[in-house]
Design a protein around this ligand. Structure first.
Ligand SMILES: Nc1nc2c(c(=O)[nH]1)N[C@H]1C(S)=C(S)[C@@H](COP(=O)(O)O)O[C@H]1N2
Ligand SMILES: [Mo]
Length: 409
């Protein structure tokens, strides 16, 4: 309630008791309200519902495949979505060798290595463990990498930042399964490995895995989508996308990290001082304005709600500031909630646009006190060409011609 009041107060402060964007209704008689849809019965029931046909343009942005047809990514169209949950069919995809077809009846999870009792779980067995449901974002370490180059890419918000989604994940906690297997004292790392043709494997510090890892069975209330790792996925909420192993079939307890291809040839971050950061696993605080955003066309001067999403791998978002004057002054936006740890957080700010050129941007702060850096600060910290975990502030340049463009300043 308090938050709504704040929002109304901000609206009133901006002199926008009503947004004033609706057209005046023409004088009408009762029969003018009879629409064609009222004159024929509607369509029948369907076993699995689909979005309205008029929304057919709301799709993932499927990129050009790499070395095989299933190598590459598709992005979530962030600017077309609302709230904090990504519809399952629009969750971004990052596959290194396509989506495997796995029959859950044949799938097994093995927990072995430095354990007292190696265990093998069928899906039926895993289904019997207690479950938890949590809302968490997922983001690829390579997200926003386009903003690391010398020129700002002229793309939509999803085109630049859409390797980002948020779901309610229902899962079995890994901790009790590790207790069941019994960790040997030398066990310090956990290597999670996948059953797809990319054979992804990543090393996680064991203590963190024991505390935080989830074995996901359900996504937004239904079983995981094949693209998200059906029938079983390992996730570390808030950690780099790559280590959220889809189609997981093996967890090995070791004394040292595996130094696998996925954590040595990739996902290390070369800094400006020539040293590389390795196992930089928790994603930094970040936000993006999704409305108005890149490639949109404004409708002239007047009222707009500025809105977007913020997130941090370190916990909750505690503050979200918006600037509409290129960073000279900042206003706290509303976060009407839910504001959950390691989840997308929706923010909103009413804005009266005077029709003149304006640069808008958002800056997020998380509960650990981390503040999103400017684009220039982020670029300065890393070697040229380093493109992982770019959390620099996104600026959108709104032109007097109603255009919205990506800009670095
Ligand atoms: N088995 C497997 N797990 C994987 C991948 C993969 O290709 N195969 N891609 C990783 C990468 S780089 C990311 S960013 C996320 C993407 O998850 P999503 O496709 O569900 O969005 O999964 C990770 N886990
Ligand atoms: Mo990724």
């Amino acid at each position: 309630m308090t938050k709504n009041t704040t929002s109304r107060r901000q609206l009133l402060k901006a002199g926008l008791a009503g947004a004033g964007v609706a057209a005046a209704a023409p004088a009408a008689r009762a029969q003018d309200f009879v629409t064609p849809s009222m004159l024929t019965p509607g369509k029948p029931f369907s076993g699995y519902g689909m979005p309205a046909s008029y929304e057919a343009g709301v799709k993932r942005l499927v990129g050009t495949p790499g070395i095989s047809p299933g190598t590459g990514s598709s992005r979530t169209p962030l600017e077309m979505l609302e709230g904090i949950i990504t519809p399952s069919g629009l969750h971004y995809e990052r596959h290194h060798n396509g989506v495997p077809d796995i029959d859950p009846a044949n799938h097994r999870l093995v927990v072995h290595g430095l354990v007292n009792k190696p265990l093998e779980f069928t899906m039926d067995a895993l289904m019997r463990y207690p479950r938890v449901s949590r809302i968490h974002f997922m983001e690829c370490g390579g997200n926003s990498g386009g903003n690391s180059g010398p020129n700002p890419p002229q793309l939509t918000a999803g085109g630049i930042h859409g390797l980002l989604s948020c779901s309610e994940w229902t899962a079995v906690e890994l901790g009790p399964l590790l207790d069941e297997a019994g960790i040997k004292p030398e066990g310090k790392w956990l290597i999670a490995e996948s059953a797809d043709a990319a054979n992804i494997s990543r090393s996680i510090p064991l203590a963190a895995a024991k505390e935080q890892a989830l074995l996901v069975l359900f996504q937004n209330g239904e079983r995981l989508r094949p693209e998200q790792g059906y029938p079983l996925r390992f996730i570390m909420p808030g950690w780099e996308g790559n280590l959220n192993i889809k189609w997981v079939h093996r967890l090995k307890v070791t004394n040292l990290p595996g130094m696998t291809k996925d954590e040595t040839s990739k996902y290390s971050m070369l800094q400006a001082d020539g040293k590389a950061r390795q196992f930089n696993l928790v994603l930094p605080v970040k936000s993006v304005i999704t409305r108005p955003s890149g490639q949109m066309t404004m409708q002239g001067a007047g009222f707009y709600e500025i809105s977007g999403v913020a997130w941090s791998g370190h916990g909750r978002i505690t503050k979200l500031e918006v600037s509409t004057d290129g960073g000279a002054t900042w206003t706290n936006a509303d976060m009407p909630g839910p504001v959950l740890p390691k989840a997308l957080t929706r923010f909103r700010l009413p804005w009266q646009w005077n029709g003149q050129a304006a640069t808008i941007m958002s800056r997020a702060t998380d509960e650990m006190g981390n503040i999103q850096p400017t684009h220039a600060e982020w670029v300065k910290a890393f070697a040229p060409g380093q493109a992982y975990q770019n959390n620099g502030i996104q600026c959108w340049a709104i032109g007097a011609d109603n255009s919205v463009k990506n800009t670095y300043a």
